[in-house]
Design a protein around this ligand. Structure first.
Ligand SMILES: [Zn+2]
Ligand SMILES: [Zn+2]
Length: 494
């Protein structure tokens, strides 16, 4: 394209020439002596601003900070104040190189996704994309980029910058560096950073409930938080790009990763530390929408925690858990259910995304709401808000009907109905019976049936069928096998 330069060079080539300028002074001279160059420069800056938004200075610092010395050595011994002042957030116009632009886009995807999650969980449950105001969005993104930067600069012991063995004095020095780095921000912006950390913490708690390991998870920064939210799986955090180093030693680098420097700063500034008992959202948000809303069916209070189409992904319900009664334990249904759910998640799968392990996300739930309903379910629509018990009750009553409908649509001819329907106990133990009869049906009401159910309900709690269910309930809908998950938990103690 040559719209802006009016030179015999494409804009992209002019931009490329900019990237060879040895310093900003040379670049400034180049821009000042040529109006055409100046236009290309301005156009590029605007495009970058559109991608990243007003947190561009913080986003650029993530990329440009010299994490190592020119000799490739970690700066762990450097003076803390020097470290904190280096490569300051640059609010002046600055040329973005193509490679920087690529990294800005990649990081921006993470931050924007997290803002969407923050918005739907903390601001307004009815919108899957962020409805934060411009000011709220800046607070969130600025803090998130600063956390990203901090995590790059101070990785855990298994990170790329440090060796494995650090003595107590070295660790203490790094902790002082951390305090100095965070102390370079004003108090109100530090409180915003604290609020975003609390948000990440809530995400990590969903996949890993050991509070003593929270510091280690926080070292994963925004990218780890996003992945934890998307996968709801501890195993998903054990990929190569995430460096986890669990160490119970209080002298390890992760110990009080953010909390110690923040505590130092609150004390130094004589600021009342924020209470973990109070909502930290007040440091980011000026208003919350629907905070006092109640369940559309039972009027239970719920506010932002109520479930509706935009935030079904908050639930951690596995589809198989939503099958009615003993259908959950009918192994012959797991594969058809997986296929039916996958068919409604085709868009996500086509984009190379894994099927979420919880899989209560996406259009398949909407399609369950489309199943013909009896009159008692009139008014239960996907756009209304429900408490978890009400949503679960609705889904348990309709997922099996939906599965029957989907299987028939896919060409399945149901065999004869079993008289015990979804309450049948034999389908749990006898594969031939489970496959030979249709159990996606209502039990026939008669005395024999009642006697059958009542007597069997008193029996075992650890049948083979239930053990199979416990092991397999995770399998059909997770790329990570149960073995991988349990294996990873073993690894962290080894
Ligand atoms: Zn309810
Ligand atoms: Zn049966």
């Amino acid at each position: 394209m040559r719209a802006r330069s009016a030179l015999s060079l494409d804009d992209e080539i002019v931009h490329r020439i900019f990237t060879f300028c040895p310093n900003s002074g040379t670049l400034r001279c180049m821009i000042l002596v040529s109006k055409a160059f100046h236009k290309v420069y301005q156009a590029n800056l605007k495009a970058t601003y559109n991608i990243v938004g007003p947190a561009l200075p913080q986003a650029l610092r993530v990329l440009r900070y010299p994490y190592e010395t020119p000799d490739g050595v970690a700066r762990m011994e450097e003076d803390p104040d020097t470290l904190a002042a280096d490569c300051p957030e640059d609010h002046a116009a600055s040329v973005i190189t193509p490679i920087e632009l690529q990294y800005l886009e990649e990081n921006s995807e993470v931050i924007v996704a997290l803002e969407d999650i923050y918005s739907v969980t903390q601001k307004d449950r009815s919108s899957a994309t962020s409805v934060l105001t411009a000011v709220e969005s800046l607070r969130f993104r600025r803090a998130a980029y600063r956390i990203m930067f901090y995590c790059n600069l101070f990785p855990s012991t298994s990170g790329r910058l440090y060796g494995d063995e650090l003595n107590v004095n070295e660790i203490t020095h790094i902790q002082i560096q951390r305090t100095a780095m965070l102390a370079s921000y004003p108090t109100d912006e530090l409180l915003q950073l604290y609020a975003v950390l609390r948000f990440f913490q809530r995400i990590f708690e969903q996949v890993f409930d050991n509070p003593s390991d929270m510091d280690v998870l926080l070292t994963l920064g925004p990218r780890g938080a996003k992945r934890a939210w998307e996968k709801r799986s501890y195993g998903a955090l054990l990929r190569k790009e995430f460096k986890l180093d669990f160490d119970d030693d209080k002298d390890c680098l992760c110990h009080r990763y953010f909390s110690l420097p923040l505590e130092n700063i609150w004390t130094e500034r004589a600021v009342d530390p924020p209470s973990d008992e109070e909502p930290a959202t007040r440091f980011i948000l000026d208003s919350i929408i629907g905070a006092d809303d109640t369940c559309s069916q039972c009027a239970a209070p719920g506010g932002l925690a109520l479930l509706t189409q935009a935030n079904w992904s908050r639930t951690q319900l596995l589809p198989v858990q939503l099958l009615k009664s003993r259908l959950k334990q009918n192994a012959t249904l797991w594969t058809p259910l997986h296929q039916a759910v996958s068919a409604h998640m085709a868009d996500k799968l086509a984009n190379g995304e894994d099927l979420p392990s919880y899989a209560a996300d996406g259009p398949w739930i909407k399609s369950v709401f489309g199943v013909p309903k009896t009159s008692e379910w009139d008014g239960w629509t996907e756009d209304k808000s429900y408490c978890l018990p009400c949503l679960t009750k609705f889904l348990e009553e309709h997922v099996w009907r939906w599965l029957l409908q989907e299987r028939i649509k896919a060409g399945w001819s149901p065999p004869e109905d079993c008289r015990y329907g979804y309450d049948c106990r034999s389908m749990v133990h006898k594969p031939s019976h489970a496959a030979g009869k249709n159990h996606l049906c209502v039990p026939k009401e008669d005395n024999d049936f009642k006697a059958h159910v009542l007597s069997k309900d008193q029996e075992h709690t650890t049948s083979l069928g239930q053990r199979d269910f416990a092991a397999a309930v995770l399998l059909p809908l997770q790329r990570q096998s149960a073995a991988a998950i349990y294996g990873s938990r073993v690894c962290r103690t080894s």
